[in-house]
Design a protein around this ligand. Structure first.
Ligand SMILES: C[S@@+](CC[C@H](N)C(=O)[O-])C[C@H]1O[C@@H](n2cnc3c(N)ncnc32)[C@H](O)[C@@H]1O
Length: 224
Protein backbone atom coordinates (compact mmCIF):
# COMPACT_ATOMS: atom_id res chain seq x y z
CA UNK A 1 0.00 0.00 0.00
CA UNK A 2 1.39 3.41 -0.94
CA UNK A 3 0.35 6.89 0.20
CA UNK A 4 1.25 9.17 -2.73
CA UNK A 5 1.08 12.95 -2.53
CA UNK A 6 -1.79 14.64 -4.41
CA UNK A 7 -0.92 17.25 -7.07
CA UNK A 8 -3.28 19.49 -9.02
CA UNK A 9 -2.69 19.44 -12.78
CA UNK A 10 -3.18 22.33 -15.23
CA UNK A 11 -6.81 21.43 -16.05
CA UNK A 12 -7.64 21.57 -12.33
CA UNK A 13 -7.92 17.80 -11.89
CA UNK A 14 -5.77 16.04 -9.29
CA UNK A 15 -3.20 13.33 -9.83
CA UNK A 16 -0.75 11.47 -7.60
CA UNK A 17 3.04 11.42 -7.35
CA UNK A 18 4.53 7.99 -6.69
CA UNK A 19 6.56 7.92 -3.46
CA UNK A 20 9.20 5.51 -4.85
CA UNK A 21 9.79 6.60 -8.46
CA UNK A 22 8.76 10.28 -8.12
CA UNK A 23 6.67 9.98 -11.32
CA UNK A 24 3.22 11.52 -11.59
CA UNK A 25 0.33 9.20 -12.49
CA UNK A 26 -0.83 11.49 -15.31
CA UNK A 27 0.42 14.40 -17.40
CA UNK A 28 0.80 17.59 -15.37
CA UNK A 29 -0.94 19.35 -18.30
CA UNK A 30 -4.20 17.70 -17.18
CA UNK A 31 -4.99 14.35 -15.58
CA UNK A 32 -8.58 14.15 -16.77
CA UNK A 33 -7.75 15.69 -20.16
CA UNK A 34 -5.00 13.17 -20.82
CA UNK A 35 -7.01 10.15 -19.62
CA UNK A 36 -10.04 11.14 -21.70
CA UNK A 37 -7.98 11.65 -24.85
CA UNK A 38 -5.62 8.64 -24.75
CA UNK A 39 -7.73 5.97 -23.13
CA UNK A 40 -11.41 6.89 -23.46
CA UNK A 41 -11.57 8.62 -26.87
CA UNK A 42 -8.77 6.82 -28.76
CA UNK A 43 -9.31 3.49 -27.00
CA UNK A 44 -12.73 2.83 -25.48
CA UNK A 45 -14.81 4.84 -27.96
CA UNK A 46 -12.78 3.44 -30.88
CA UNK A 47 -13.29 -0.29 -30.21
CA UNK A 48 -16.41 -2.01 -31.46
CA UNK A 49 -18.07 -4.34 -28.97
CA UNK A 50 -20.97 -3.13 -26.82
CA UNK A 51 -19.71 -5.52 -24.12
CA UNK A 52 -16.01 -4.67 -23.75
CA UNK A 53 -13.29 -6.51 -21.86
CA UNK A 54 -10.67 -3.95 -20.80
CA UNK A 55 -7.27 -4.61 -19.23
CA UNK A 56 -5.50 -1.73 -17.55
CA UNK A 57 -1.78 -1.82 -16.79
CA UNK A 58 -1.47 0.26 -13.62
CA UNK A 59 -4.78 0.85 -11.79
CA UNK A 60 -3.20 3.68 -9.78
CA UNK A 61 -5.65 6.38 -8.74
CA UNK A 62 -8.59 4.62 -10.47
CA UNK A 63 -9.19 7.65 -12.71
CA UNK A 64 -9.05 5.71 -16.00
CA UNK A 65 -11.48 3.15 -14.59
CA UNK A 66 -13.88 5.85 -13.40
CA UNK A 67 -13.83 7.74 -16.71
CA UNK A 68 -14.41 4.46 -18.57
CA UNK A 69 -17.40 3.62 -16.37
CA UNK A 70 -18.88 7.05 -17.08
CA UNK A 71 -18.27 6.71 -20.85
CA UNK A 72 -19.82 3.23 -20.85
CA UNK A 73 -22.96 4.58 -19.12
CA UNK A 74 -23.24 7.40 -21.69
CA UNK A 75 -22.70 5.02 -24.61
CA UNK A 76 -25.02 2.30 -23.25
CA UNK A 77 -22.19 -0.26 -23.11
CA UNK A 78 -21.05 -2.84 -20.57
CA UNK A 79 -17.49 -3.24 -19.31
CA UNK A 80 -15.56 -6.03 -17.66
CA UNK A 81 -12.50 -4.17 -16.39
CA UNK A 82 -9.38 -5.98 -15.20
CA UNK A 83 -6.54 -3.92 -13.74
CA UNK A 84 -3.11 -4.94 -12.50
CA UNK A 85 -1.30 -2.89 -9.87
CA UNK A 86 1.91 -3.50 -7.96
CA UNK A 87 1.50 -0.61 -5.50
CA UNK A 88 -2.17 -0.22 -4.49
CA UNK A 89 -3.05 3.30 -3.36
CA UNK A 90 -4.30 3.54 0.23
CA UNK A 91 -8.06 4.12 0.37
CA UNK A 92 -7.64 7.19 2.61
CA UNK A 93 -5.56 8.85 -0.16
CA UNK A 94 -8.11 7.91 -2.85
CA UNK A 95 -10.86 9.36 -0.65
CA UNK A 96 -9.11 12.77 -0.76
CA UNK A 97 -9.21 12.93 -4.57
CA UNK A 98 -11.99 15.05 -6.14
CA UNK A 99 -13.33 12.00 -7.92
CA UNK A 100 -14.32 10.48 -4.58
CA UNK A 101 -17.62 12.38 -4.79
CA UNK A 102 -18.62 10.10 -7.69
CA UNK A 103 -20.54 7.19 -6.13
CA UNK A 104 -18.65 4.70 -8.33
CA UNK A 105 -15.18 5.80 -7.24
CA UNK A 106 -14.66 4.57 -3.69
CA UNK A 107 -16.35 1.21 -4.39
CA UNK A 108 -13.62 0.71 -7.00
CA UNK A 109 -10.92 1.31 -4.38
CA UNK A 110 -12.67 -0.71 -1.72
CA UNK A 111 -13.34 -3.70 -4.03
CA UNK A 112 -11.40 -6.82 -3.02
CA UNK A 113 -8.30 -7.82 -4.95
CA UNK A 114 -8.40 -10.94 -7.11
CA UNK A 115 -12.19 -11.22 -7.51
CA UNK A 116 -14.88 -9.76 -9.74
CA UNK A 117 -17.00 -7.04 -8.13
CA UNK A 118 -20.08 -5.38 -9.59
CA UNK A 119 -19.43 -1.65 -9.21
CA UNK A 120 -22.58 -0.81 -11.24
CA UNK A 121 -24.88 -2.91 -13.43
CA UNK A 122 -22.81 -1.85 -16.47
CA UNK A 123 -19.35 -2.07 -14.86
CA UNK A 124 -17.59 -5.07 -13.30
CA UNK A 125 -14.08 -4.76 -11.89
CA UNK A 126 -11.31 -7.25 -11.10
CA UNK A 127 -8.13 -5.79 -9.60
CA UNK A 128 -5.00 -7.94 -9.54
CA UNK A 129 -2.25 -7.10 -7.06
CA UNK A 130 0.90 -8.22 -8.88
CA UNK A 131 3.91 -6.98 -10.79
CA UNK A 132 3.49 -7.01 -14.56
CA UNK A 133 6.85 -8.42 -15.66
CA UNK A 134 6.49 -12.22 -15.45
CA UNK A 135 2.73 -12.08 -14.77
CA UNK A 136 0.57 -14.19 -17.11
CA UNK A 137 -3.09 -13.26 -17.74
CA UNK A 138 -5.52 -16.12 -18.42
CA UNK A 139 -8.37 -14.01 -19.79
CA UNK A 140 -8.85 -12.49 -23.23
CA UNK A 141 -9.37 -8.74 -23.71
CA UNK A 142 -10.69 -6.41 -26.42
CA UNK A 143 -8.81 -3.33 -25.26
CA UNK A 144 -5.66 -2.68 -23.24
CA UNK A 145 -4.88 0.60 -21.51
CA UNK A 146 -1.09 0.50 -21.24
CA UNK A 147 -0.54 3.10 -18.52
CA UNK A 148 2.78 2.14 -16.92
CA UNK A 149 5.21 4.81 -15.78
CA UNK A 150 7.37 6.23 -18.56
CA UNK A 151 9.72 3.90 -20.46
CA UNK A 152 12.72 5.90 -19.20
CA UNK A 153 11.68 5.20 -15.59
CA UNK A 154 10.52 1.60 -15.99
CA UNK A 155 11.98 0.16 -19.23
CA UNK A 156 11.25 -3.39 -18.04
CA UNK A 157 7.49 -2.72 -18.35
CA UNK A 158 7.70 -1.85 -22.07
CA UNK A 159 9.53 -4.92 -23.33
CA UNK A 160 8.88 -6.95 -26.45
CA UNK A 161 8.18 -10.01 -24.26
CA UNK A 162 5.46 -8.22 -22.29
CA UNK A 163 3.86 -6.78 -25.44
CA UNK A 164 3.94 -10.25 -27.05
CA UNK A 165 2.05 -11.71 -24.06
CA UNK A 166 -0.47 -8.86 -24.16
CA UNK A 167 -0.93 -9.31 -27.94
CA UNK A 168 -1.57 -12.99 -27.32
CA UNK A 169 -4.27 -12.11 -24.75
CA UNK A 170 -6.10 -9.70 -27.12
CA UNK A 171 -8.97 -10.79 -29.33
CA UNK A 172 -8.30 -10.49 -33.10
CA UNK A 173 -8.60 -6.81 -34.02
CA UNK A 174 -8.11 -5.91 -30.35
CA UNK A 175 -6.45 -2.62 -29.46
CA UNK A 176 -3.72 -1.37 -27.10
CA UNK A 177 -3.46 2.36 -26.44
CA UNK A 178 -0.71 4.20 -24.64
CA UNK A 179 0.42 7.78 -24.10
CA UNK A 180 4.05 7.11 -25.05
CA UNK A 181 5.22 7.16 -28.67
CA UNK A 182 8.90 6.61 -27.90
CA UNK A 183 10.85 4.84 -30.67
CA UNK A 184 11.70 1.75 -28.61
CA UNK A 185 8.04 1.38 -27.61
CA UNK A 186 6.95 1.35 -31.26
CA UNK A 187 9.73 -1.09 -32.16
CA UNK A 188 8.85 -3.48 -29.34
CA UNK A 189 5.12 -3.34 -30.16
CA UNK A 190 5.83 -4.12 -33.84
CA UNK A 191 8.21 -6.95 -32.92
CA UNK A 192 5.45 -8.35 -30.68
CA UNK A 193 3.03 -8.56 -33.64
CA UNK A 194 1.05 -5.31 -33.42
CA UNK A 195 0.16 -2.91 -36.24
CA UNK A 196 1.29 0.40 -34.76
CA UNK A 197 -0.31 3.78 -35.52
CA UNK A 198 0.84 7.14 -34.22
CA UNK A 199 -1.98 9.53 -33.32
CA UNK A 200 -1.92 13.11 -32.02
CA UNK A 201 -1.15 13.05 -28.30
CA UNK A 202 -3.11 14.63 -25.47
CA UNK A 203 -3.07 18.33 -24.57
CA UNK A 204 -0.40 19.46 -27.04
CA UNK A 205 1.79 16.36 -26.77
CA UNK A 206 2.89 15.39 -30.28
CA UNK A 207 2.02 11.71 -30.38
CA UNK A 208 0.46 8.71 -28.67
CA UNK A 209 0.11 5.14 -29.92
CA UNK A 210 -2.78 2.96 -30.91
CA UNK A 211 -1.59 -0.60 -31.65
CA UNK A 212 -3.95 -3.13 -33.21
CA UNK A 213 -3.66 -6.90 -33.17
CA UNK A 214 -4.07 -8.09 -36.78
CA UNK A 215 -7.28 -10.02 -37.39
CA UNK A 216 -5.46 -12.80 -39.28
CA UNK A 217 -2.06 -14.25 -38.52
CA UNK A 218 0.41 -13.90 -41.42
CA UNK A 219 0.14 -17.69 -41.92
CA UNK A 220 -3.63 -17.42 -42.47
CA UNK A 221 -3.18 -14.61 -44.95
CA UNK A 222 -1.06 -16.76 -47.27
CA UNK A 223 -3.11 -18.42 -49.97
CA UNK A 224 -2.02 -21.60 -51.68
C1 LIG B 1 1.10 6.13 -14.86
S1 LIG B 1 0.54 5.39 -13.37
C2 LIG B 1 -1.06 4.78 -13.80
C3 LIG B 1 -2.19 5.70 -13.49
C4 LIG B 1 -3.52 5.02 -13.47
N1 LIG B 1 -3.85 4.37 -14.70
C5 LIG B 1 -4.61 6.00 -13.05
O1 LIG B 1 -5.65 6.10 -13.73
O2 LIG B 1 -4.39 6.63 -12.03
C6 LIG B 1 1.46 3.85 -13.41
C7 LIG B 1 0.93 2.80 -12.48
O3 LIG B 1 1.68 1.59 -12.64
C8 LIG B 1 1.90 1.01 -11.36
N2 LIG B 1 3.05 0.11 -11.41
C9 LIG B 1 4.36 0.43 -11.25
N3 LIG B 1 5.13 -0.68 -11.38
C10 LIG B 1 4.28 -1.70 -11.64
C11 LIG B 1 4.48 -3.11 -11.89
N4 LIG B 1 5.70 -3.63 -11.89
N5 LIG B 1 3.39 -3.88 -12.12
C12 LIG B 1 2.14 -3.34 -12.13
N6 LIG B 1 1.89 -2.01 -11.90
C13 LIG B 1 2.95 -1.21 -11.67
C14 LIG B 1 2.12 2.23 -10.49
O4 LIG B 1 1.96 1.94 -9.12
C15 LIG B 1 1.06 3.19 -11.02
O5 LIG B 1 -0.18 3.01 -10.39
Amino acid sequence: MVRPEIEITDDGSPTLRHPLTGDTYHSLRGAVGEALHVFVREGFSFVGPSDVRVLEIGFGSGLNALLTARAAARQGRKVRYTAIERYPVAAEVAARLDYASDPLFMPMHEAPWGAWTEIAPHFRLKKIEASLPGYRFDDTFDLIYFDAFAPDTQPEMWSREIFAHLCDRLSPGGVLVTYSAKGTVKENLRAAGFDVRRLPGALGKRHMIRAVKPSCSPANEQRP
